[in-house]
Design a protein around this ligand. Structure first.
Ligand code: MSP
Length: 651
């Protein structure tokens, strides 16, 4: 017997977040759908997913929660695994970047790149935003603050290792040009070339001394491997690359498909191929960047209270219904808007009505007119042949669309057949045929055609909806595995004699108006809860400091003499402050909360001995103390009560 061809597919490894939403399920559902499709069509599939667990953000969150980073991620990873189980995401392996096998693999890769001089020691300098763990260039800053979260940034410099991306730039440009399928959809190829490769690559920083929760560089342990070398390597460390047990690597690498969200295509098609090439390894065959599921045109976020919880949806509508919606609603490469209305309407019309009706009506009629026994077909008419041709045409159509990752088009094709079947029932009017004994052979043919179409549909939907097919097979009396196989959909008329069994409706019909009202209320409640949580300040005690440390801070009363907006900087106010017999300029990012004229004359609290910083070309000498909510929605300046001269010390 010939060996099955192999197929290796991956999702990105997810950041352990306590905020997993339906958008995260999108990529995993697609990868699982593809893995199932490939298995169904005869491939030996390996499907990898996992979690990306290092970094300062995790370190900080763990500290806030009073646990170790490992304890913190362990808990979240459990939740992620439960979600994949609930959604029938049936992976072959789950890699965690904290796994020993990964840590050792990354250290080995790092060392090899260093030894062959693709990694070298340098100095990294930039504006650093601690909450976002990101360095920014001067140009990227917005109003002198982090362009992502708007918070202040600090100038930081540290020793760091760099990876020579620039050395491989010409090679990669040529590779991408010679392999037009490498980056998909193809518009992303142009984006990578024009926006990143052709303007010129810069070497990237691949280690940090300021991050403790990371994989130590084994030959320089005060450095932790920084982000992408750690994260991207998972695709091969999971296969045992570089160990004595690399059978999986030998068998499955190179990957056939890396499925990733559009925002990380860049890392997968620039850094990753260069890493692999530098290591002398073959490149993945394809990186596909899918679109985003958005809400009101934007990202889902906990603070906006618009996060859609996949667990809730699966529990209410079934994982098959949610998976169907995700794969059907929008073309895979494009962004799509998530709305409750679209979800509920699709489930109702496509699943409860179209698919549900086909199965329930066909089975009910076989029960009613043939005592549940599947009739043998008689002669086919032109009408039958038309439907049969459509059913037989589905196999190549679905194969083509699925291989092109056009999940939505594949499903549209399948639902076209379902629609044709439901029309066929109306055209052939079995209930009229049933009235006349002479029409019995015709009635048998019609019902046979319908059941056989239902069988083919059940097989076709199985990659997207793994649970529903078995329920259909039970109802239409298919027990033989061969009749559930992909090959059996190539030619019509495989359904043998047998019995149907009327079962429950595949998908209960939904009262759309009531359902939407209920979902709307739920969402409002979730939003209110999120707001409450956001506004309820969580106080976490920081490490204790000695009194002498506090004494280093020079806090004084300062009087606002002038205050004006900084031109072309929405967030910034420029203050002239009187501090005793001196005056100084301070720039503060609080323009959103105060009109400049409100502040003139106020006595505020100034941290006077903070090292000066240039913000938007203005030297700021000190910092005004403020109180703010965690999401910065409310911010108030600290002022001094009563009559006290400026310049007085605060202690
Ligand atoms: N850890 C990195 C990936 C490293 S891969 C070597 C990461 N993690 S993530 O958790 O932020 O995102 C994981 C995947 O979820 C990404 O592909 C991302 O695009 C996807 N999605 C997150 N939100 C999404 C939507 N709202 N819609 C669709 N997918 C989105 O990035």
């Amino acid at each position: 017997m010939s060996e099955k061809p192999k197929y290796y597919i991956t999702t990105p490894i997810y950041y352990p977040s306590d905020n997993l939403h339906i958008g995260h399920s999108y990529c995993s559902t697609a990868a699982d759908t593809m893995a199932r499709f490939k298995r169904l069509t005869g491939y030996d599939v390996y499907f990898l997913t996992g979690t990306d667990e290092h970094g300062q953000k995790i370190e900080r969150k763990a500290k806030d929660a009073g646990v170790t980073p490992k304890e913190y991620v362990d808990h979240i990873v459990d939740g992620i695994k439960k979600l994949w189980k609930l959604m029938d995401v049936d992976y072959s392996d789950f890699i965690r970047t904290t796994d020993d096998r990964h840590v050792r693999g990354v250290q080995k890769i790092f060392r090899q790149l260093y030894e062959q001089d693709d990694i070298y020691m340098g100095q990294y300098e930039g504006w650093y935003c601690t909450p976002c763990e990101s360095f920014w260039t001067e140009l990227q800053l917005k109003d002198g603050c982090c362009p992502d979260c708007g918070r202040p940034v600090e100038r930081m410099r540290e020793d760091a290792y760099f990876f020579r991306l620039s050395k491989y730039q010409d090679w990669l440009i040529q590779y991408i040009r010679e392999h037009p399928d490498f980056i998909q959809p193809s518009a992303r190829t142009a984006e990578m070339l024009n926006n990143f490769l052709l303007p010129g690559l810069q070497d990237i920083c691949v280690s940090r001394t300021s991050i403790k929760w990371g994989i130590p560089v084994d030959f320089m342990p005060n450095h932790a491997v920084y982000v992408w070398i750690d994260a991207l390597s998972n695709y091969i460390t999971a296969l045992g690359y570089g160990t004595d047990h690399d059978e999986l690597y030998q068998k499955y690498w190179p990957a056939d498909l890396h499925l990733v969200g559009k925002e990380i295509v860049r890392f997968h098609t620039i850094i990753w191929p260069i890493m692999l090439h530098a290591l002398g390894l073959p490149l993945p065959k394809q990186v596909f960047g899918h679109g985003w599921l958005v809400i009101d045109g934007g990202k889902m976020s906990k603070s906006k209270g618009n996060v859609v919880d996949p667990v809730r949806l699966c529990e209410r509508y079934s994982s098959d219904a949610v998976r169907y919606f995700l794969m059907r609603e929008m073309p895979f490469g494009a962004d799509g808007e998530f709305t409750n209305e679209a979800l509920v309407k699709r489930i109702n019309s496509d699943l409860a009505n179209d698919l549900g009706n086909l199965v329930s009506r066909s089975v009910a009629m076989v029960e009613k007119y043939f005592g549940g026994e599947i009739p043998a077909p008689d002669a086919y008419t032109d009408l039958d042949r038309e439907l049969i041709a459509e059913a037989e045409g589905l196999n190549p159509l679905v194969e083509r669309e699925m291989d092109g990752l056009n999940f939505s088009q594949a499903l549209t094709g399948i639902w076209h057949l379902i629609g044709s079947c439901n029309r066929y029932i109306d055209q052939t009017t079995p209930w009229i045929l049933a009235k006349n004994e002479a029409d019995r052979p015709r009635l048998g043919t019609v019902l046979y055609v319908l059941l056989e179409c239902a069988r083919i549909v059940a097989i076709m939907i199985s990659p997207v909806m793994p649970r529903t097919p078995e329920r259909i097979f039970n109802q239409i009396g298919v027990t033989d595995d061969e009749l559930k196989s992909w090959n059996s959909t190539r030619s019509f008329g495989q359904l043998p004699a047998g019995h149907v069994h009327k079962g429950e409706a595949l998908f209960p019909r939904i009262d759309v108006a009531r359902e939407l009202e209920m979902l709307d209320q739920e969402q409002k409640a979730a939003k209110a809860a999120a707001e409450k949580e956001e506004n309820e300040a969580v106080f976490t005690q920081k490490d204790l400091i000695a009194y002498e440390d506090f004494e280093h801070l020079q806090l004084v009363v300062a009087k606002v003499l002038t205050c004006e907006k900084v031109p072309k900087a929405d967030k910034l106010l420029r203050f002239t402050l009187k501090v005793g017999n001196t005056e100084r300029t301070v720039v503060s990012g609080i323009a959103k909360y105060y009109k400049p004229e409100e502040l003139i004359g106020k006595k505020v609290v100034l941290l006077a001995n903070l090292a000066p910083r240039k913000i938007r070309g203005i030297e700021s000498n000190g910092m005004l103390l403020c109180a703010a909510t965690a999401d910065d929605s409310v911010l108030r300046l600290l002022t001094v009560d009563g009559d006290i001269p400026d310049g007085c010390a605060i202690s």
